[in-house]
Unconditional design. Sequence first.
Length: 239
Amino acid sequence: MASQPRAARSVQKDADNVIVSTQEKVSQAERAYIELKRLILDNELPAGSHLLEAEASERLGMSRTPTREAMLRLQTEGLVEIRSRHGMRVLPLSSRDVREMYEVLTGLESIAAYEVAKRGVSEAEMKSLRAAIDAMDSALAADDLAAWAKADERFHAQLVSLSENQRLIAVVNQFVEQAHRARMLTLKLRPKPLQSNRDHEALIDALVQKDAERARQIHHDHRERAKKTIVELLERLGF
């Protein structure tokens, strides 16, 4: 086979370089977005925090372009406000915001519980759910609330995933991320969440028995109690 002419090889090389450069830029913008969002949701950048573009770039260890793109993306999600020459400001979280988030989560996750119970769970699925509860129990025994929250979120994510309803999963994931911020803010102020673990055990029993209505009610009441606890704490704190 004849080799490509030099000019053609040069054009191809330039095109390849553009593709690689674009991929690196996208990757960096995605990394910047993920890290800034994590800082906000974990309250390492609390409500009212200001971060100049240069400061954010230095903190992330990358250039301003991907940092700016990440900030703009966070603004579209309602997490920050971008002001010209002032960088970004982390927007406050109100008790009303949290109440609305939990109302959505309560409704959709209860539907997921109903659908999963209706079809039943396999032995492997049940063991995975029980493993999350075991991790929650171990975390509480060690007074590690952050580990408890991580295991609890894993349980909820597995339950919703088992519904196999992709649209429901996508919407729930969006609101879980936002609710995580309020949860971490109040985690050490609320009573030890022993009841939450027992709620999950009762839910698994309903799933195994294929009692769809009972599963729906258990999960609905579970989320309602969580909403009440967190909203009342936020109101007491003046959010």
